[in-house]
Design a protein around this ligand. Structure first.
Ligand SMILES: Cc1cc2nc3c(=O)[nH]c(=O)nc-3n(C[C@H](O)[C@H](O)[C@H](O)COP(=O)(O)OP(=O)(O)OC[C@H]3O[C@@H](n4cnc5c(N)ncnc54)[C@H](O)[C@@H]3O)c2cc1C
Length: 466
């Protein structure tokens, strides 16, 4: 059946539903299409379930450390069925919330099925043909399954199938030492699995500064996680009791024996089965939809938001994409992608909060810069909590006095980073924060102190002295 709308939204991730709400609220007749789970990756297989499980893993860790705090907790066991049930409940409520919100929305029709372009302003969905002058693509991404030898013959897990795990893997081998791999690795180690993380690069999360990466390496290793770096030509083979992963490393055993294999080697956009060619929408060589600073594709009346445009990769960037599109279309407010400052967190424990440029990026920029650092062992709140791993690092432009970037690896680092982020958005000089009176005892109270002890950034790489 052919139906026409003012706007079609494809995907119910982090940008689609709020955009549908704004468009429908402005009086437009809107269709929104979801092929699988309402709420998309973050709600069902990403942020919410993983952070719920990280919380269970933290509880297990603190229970084991209880005696350090004078608390007698007895032997600690983890019930994986309960861990999963708690995760399913929190994530399920969030997904149901999105679904019922959309289904109850005035001026909005929800379709369930796979959407595919038939022409620039036509989308097919089973027997239905939907047309609209405005189409918003919010199809997200999925785990990359690499072209790895032997993978055809072994069972493997991704972030999606990990959500069904309600048992304790005896030995979880994770291929990929970046954000997703590290979060799963630490949580399953804390649940009680043996964990080995295999990474091709010479260090973990190699996009971060070397000192950050090395500190995280030490944190994970201290918990008994085995790390195999510089792994080249990774191969998998089936074994009676699991999987063998050959790593061909320059040192260490050439083959690991695990019970389960998790692939965490990156994400790819869900654009390969969307009929973008029929619509004439340009993609880059990796399949990301090419958009301008206001998220318009090359085809007038078609926008792409969230992970599928390659401009973010986080829930907050997808939501910010919604805000940018809504502001431009409905509020006469010319917000742009280039207005935003890089910000994200890595949710190992302690977490890493990041804002703006890394130290390496500052050095490569050629700017005259200042740097301030402080280990968490010299942050009172961290000492009181018995969580002193990590450090604070802040970089400042020596000429403009604006904050260029920061990393806070440490307890509450994911929260404290926002103090710096907001000063960066305000484009205020760092001295504003240096003179601010922060609350004692917090991690944030030391940020003015770090800013009061800035030193010139030495010219050679990796010389921050943290
Ligand atoms: C394990 C993991 C942990 C993460 N943790 C964090 C975190 O802590 N913080 C953070 O900020 N980000 C995190 N992320 C990233 C975050 O989940 C994503 O950046 C975010 O969900 C992207 O939202 P989106 O709206 O672009 O797409 P998605 O949330 O992926 O939603 C896209 C939706 O479109 C639907 N769809 C796709 N194709 C079609 C089609 N043809 N027809 C109809 N529907 C379609 C999909 O079913 C899906 O529901 C994590 C990701 C993973 C995998």
């Amino acid at each position: 059946m052919k139906r026409s709308y003012d706007a079609i939204v494809i995907g119910t991730g982090q940008a689609g539903p709020p955009l549908a709400g704004r468009l429908a609220g402005s009086g437009m007749k809107v269709a929104i299409i979801e092929r699988k789970l309402f709420g998309g990756t973050c709600v069902n297989t990403g942020c919410i379930p993983t952070k719920t499980m990280v919380a269970s893993a933290y509880a297990a860790r603190m229970a084991r450390r209880a005696a350090e705090y004078g608390v007698n907790a007895g032997p600690v066991t983890v019930d994986m069925k309960q861990v999963k049930a708690r995760k399913d409940d929190i994530s399920g409520r969030s997904s149901t919330g999105v679904e019922s919100w959309l289904k109850g929305m005035q001026n909005c029709t929800v379709y369930e099925g796979h959407a595919r372009f038939a022409a620039p302003h036509q989308v097919t969905l089973g027997e239905d043909l939907l047309t609209a002058d405005r189409i918003f693509i919010n199809v997200g991404g999925r785990a990359v399954v690499p072209d790895m030898r032997g993978l055809d013959h072994v069972d493997f897990l991704t972030n999606s199938s990990m959500m069904r795990v309600d048992f304790l893997p005896r030995h979880l081998v994770i291929v990929g030492g970046s954000y997703i791999g590290l979060e799963f690795g630490q949580m399953f180690r804390r649940f009680g699995s043996e964990v080995t993380i295999v990474e091709m690069a010479p260090r973990l999360i190699h996009r971060e500064d070397e000192d950050v990466s090395l500190a995280i390496h030490d944190i994970l290793q201290a918990e008994g996680i085995r790390l195999r770096l510089n792994a080249k030509c990774i191969r998998a083979a089936k074994r009676d009791d699991g999987v063998a992963v050959s790593v061909d490393c320059t040192d260490g055993e050439p083959e690991l024996q695990g019970s389960h294999l998790l692939l965490a080697v990156g994400r790819r956009p869900n654009t390969d089965d969307l009929g973008l060619e029929e619509a004439g929408v340009n993609q880059d060589p990796r399949g990301y939809i090419v958009v301008d600073d206001q998220l318009r594709t090359n085809v007038p009346g078609i926008w792409a938001l969230g992970d599928c445009n390659g401009k973010g990769g986080f829930t907050h960037t997808a939501y910010n994409d919604f805000e940018i599109v809504a502001a431009n279309l409905l509020d006469n407010d010319p917000r742009r992608v280039s207005d935003r400052i890089t910000a994200y967190a890595l949710y190992i424990d302690p977490p890493l909060g990041r804002a703006g440029l890394t130290e390496t990026e500052v050095r490569n920029s050629g700017k005259r810069a200042l740097i301030g650092t402080r280990p968490m062992t010299r942050v009172g709140r961290a000492v009181e909590k018995g969580e002193t791993q990590g450090f604070i690092k802040i970089l400042v432009d020596a000429d403009s006095k604006q904050i260029l970037g920061a990393s806070i690896l440490g307890t509450s680092g994911d929260e404290a980073i926002h103090t710096l982020l907001d000063v960066m958005y305000a484009r205020a000089p760092y001295t504003v924060m240096q003179r601010a009176m922060h609350i004692h005892p917090t991690v944030s109270e030391l940020l003015p102190t770090v800013l009061g002890e800035l030193k010139p950034l030495a010219s050679q790489l990796g010389a921050s002295g943290t």
